[in-house]
Design a protein around this ligand. Structure first.
Ligand SMILES: Nc1nc2c(ncn2[C@@H]2O[C@H](COP(=O)(O)OP(=O)(O)OP(=O)(O)O)[C@@H](O)[C@H]2O)c(=O)[nH]1
Ligand SMILES: [Mg+2]
Ligand SMILES: [Zn+2]
Length: 361
């Protein structure tokens, strides 16, 4: 197995060079189980475990599917120990669904990020806007895939609607079920390049992988089960090498997408609104009832959808709230460290005094 076939390139090679001499090997995480990892190395597939040191790392440093890791291989048992995660070339993150203010990594080291949506009754343009805010900053090249075109009466209108909010991102309509548009998608699959399929549950991500694998590699939701909404068919992320040599990561569908990042992300995904507001008469225009407000005018003339503007404000509020939570946590952490430091100084002074007393006697 050549490492280049599973996505190794100069970027990872440079970061790996400091580990070279210690008999370490680079490997890629292809699956994460509850208690171990499945990795792919130059000697093939191995089961791997985190080293003691890695077990205590912060969650964000622990490897996920798509990561390149530094391993030592125990040849007798086809087992490997993971010692480090190499820096990530690209990362897609959302806010974790729990109450904690922390990021959840969705996909890493992706060349092309494919957002899959279904052209069925669940189609929701506002939801696509949220995904776009998440993916603009990932560093990966985005593609929007409108699947289930067989269920839609006006595919072209839907496509135009999506294109109007996805400035410059290619939008491809397909039907994985009736094999429509799959050749156009196939043009984006290149040997040694990594693609990830992300999107809501039930849009057909695993069906697309199965199409390119030519067999039922991934379990797909049965049509009879479709009424059980909210149930995810894919529960694990998995890295798969397609017969044409492209590398695909299937991800479990997302039920709710909470944003991570800062307000800049919104400026990118809503660049139309940002350029409109630059034309408002007052530079601090709140776009409410000020005279000469370009946003109000655009909404009145129909150039800008009011719902899109509301969605922009909502995302901005969400990310501002997140920033202030992060600041608070940062201060809390600083206080904690400050207190710890003060206690250390106090203990040192006490120790010194005690010893001085002893020497004076
Ligand atoms: N009509 C139609 N159904 C499709 C198409 N593609 C997939 N499906 C169906 O959609 C359902 C869900 O497909 P999956 O591939 O399991 O969806 P998924 O995105 O992987 O879902 P999760 O794993 O839960 O995230 C299945 O019943 C598929 O047969 C399509 O192009 N048209
Ligand atoms: Mg799936
Ligand atoms: Zn304005």
């Amino acid at each position: 197995m050549l490492l280049q076939h599973i996505g190794f390139n100069d970027f990872f090679d440079t970061h790996f060079s400091s580990y070279q001499e210690k008999n370490f090997k680079p490997a890629r995480v292809i699956r994460q189980n509850k208690t171990n990892y499945i990795i792919m190395s130059e000697v093939g597939e191995l089961t791997a475990q985190l080293s003691g040191k890695m077990l205590h790392e912060e969650n964000s440093n622990k490897p996920v599917v798509g990561d390149w890791v530094v391993v030592s291989i125990i040849t007798d048992d086809s087992l490997a120990i993971i010692h480090a995660t190499l820096p990530r070339k690209t990362t897609v993150e959302r806010k974790s669904a729990g109450i904690k203010t922390e990021a959840q990594v969705i996909a890493v080291n992706i060349d092309k990020l494919i957002l899959v949506v279904g052209l069925d009754d669940n189609f929701n343009i506002r939801r696509i806007e949220r995904y776009l805010t998440m993916i603009y900053d990932s560093g990966a090249e985005p593609i929007i895939l409108l699947n289930k075109s067989d269920l839609c009466d006006d595919v072209e209108a839907r496509k135009a609607e999506v294109e109007s909010i996805a400035f410059g991102i290619p939008v491809i309509t397909i039907s994985a079920l009736i094999n429509f548009g799959m050749d156009e998608l196939a043009e984006h699959l290149q040997e040694g390049k990594t693609l990830a399929l992300i999107g809501p549950s039930g849009v057909g991500k695993s069906t697309i992988i199965n199409h390119f694998m030519n067999y039922e590699k991934m379990v797909v939701k049965k049509v009879s089960d479709e009424k059980h909404q909210g149930r995810h068919t894919t529960t694990h992320r998995e890295l798969i090498i397609l017969p044409n040599g492209a590398i695909m990561i299937d991800t479990p569908g997302m039920r709710e997408l909470q944003l991570w990042g800062d307000e800049d992300n919104v400026s990118k995904s809503f660049s139309d609104i940002e350029s409109l507001s630059a034309m408002c008469k007052f530079h601090d225009c709140k776009h409410q009832s000020e005279p000469g407000c370009a946003i109000t005018e655009a909404i009145e003339s129909g150039e800008l959808d009011k719902k899109r503007f509301d969605s922009y404000l909502k995302q901005l509020r969400e990310l501002k709230h997140l920033s202030s939570r992060k600041d608070q946590l940062g201060r809390h952490e600083m206080n904690k460290r400050g207190k710890k430091f003060a206690a250390q100084i106090k203990a040192a002074v006490k120790f010194k005094k005690k010893n001085n007393l002893k020497t004076h006697k």
